[in-house]
Design a protein around this ligand. Structure first.
Ligand code: FES
Length: 216
């Protein structure tokens, strides 16, 4: 699933970076593209163009959105439903116990997760972009010798768009008890067809989400 680079503002609120839109001339036509160089990689709004997300309001580079992560209603994490309110912006202090946090799925101390929304203020619920954020010491450790992670994560926070690239279901990190049966209690697990994603092993992949039109 596509990673969302992280930024933490001066007050400690956590946001996902969305590349700034700019106009480009391509073959005589002016088009709007949203791209940014991060850690030697071209980060583009195209990363989110799959599973129908390409038509969501928040993916439009010109959408009037503030990019902050906000807690999502109905998350599977007890801590999230008890300690923070849906709709509130994610704050670094909410994750101060990330080094030891655990629930009854997998080991404690792997990372503290939350289910959040991104670039989806005042859009229809069917167009809400859902993201998984995790704060983990694994991210901090790996960021020491990985330029991309150094620049796309902060204070151990990492995020991804939470839509399974297999068939568009909603996976979860330490949120689904059935993950144990597939050895995925400490990984991101998708219950639809048992896809497993390791949030701490970032791989560069490109895929074409939609078929290209036939050449004439
Ligand atoms: S949709 Fe996630 S495994 Fe198939």
């Amino acid at each position: 699933m596509p990673q969302i680079p992280i930024e933490i503002d001066d007050e400690g609120f956590v946001k996902g970076v969305f590349p700034e839109p700019e106009e480009k001339k391509v073959q005589g036509r002016t088009i709007t593209v949203a791209e940014k160089q991060i850690g030697g990689i071209t980060y583009s709004s195209e990363w989110f163009q799959y599973c129908g997300v390409q038509t969501y309001a928040g993916v439009d580079p010109k959408a009037d959105q503030d990019d902050y992560f906000r807690y999502k209603e109905g998350a599977k994490y007890e801590w999230q439903s008890q300690e923070v309110s849906a709709g509130n912006k994610v704050h670094i202090d909410d994750f101060s116990d990330y080094k030891t946090w655990g629930n009854d799925i997998g080991k404690a101390g792997v990372g503290k997760p939350a289910l959040v929304t991104w670039r989806s203020q005042d859009v229809p619920s069917s167009e809400t972009m859902t993201a998984q954020i995790i704060r983990s010491t694994h991210v901090e450790e790996q960021a020491h010798n990985n330029k991309w992670l150094q620049e796309s994560t902060q204070n151990g926070f990492i995020a991804n768009l939470n839509k399974c690239t297999h068939f568009c279901c909603i996976p979860s990190f330490k949120g689904i008890a059935g993950a144990k049966k597939f050895g995925a209690s400490n990984l991101i697990y998708c219950p639809c067809h048992q896809s497993i994603y390791d949030p701490f092993q970032i791989v560069k992949k490109s895929f074409v989400a939609l078929p290209r039109p036939e050449e004439e």
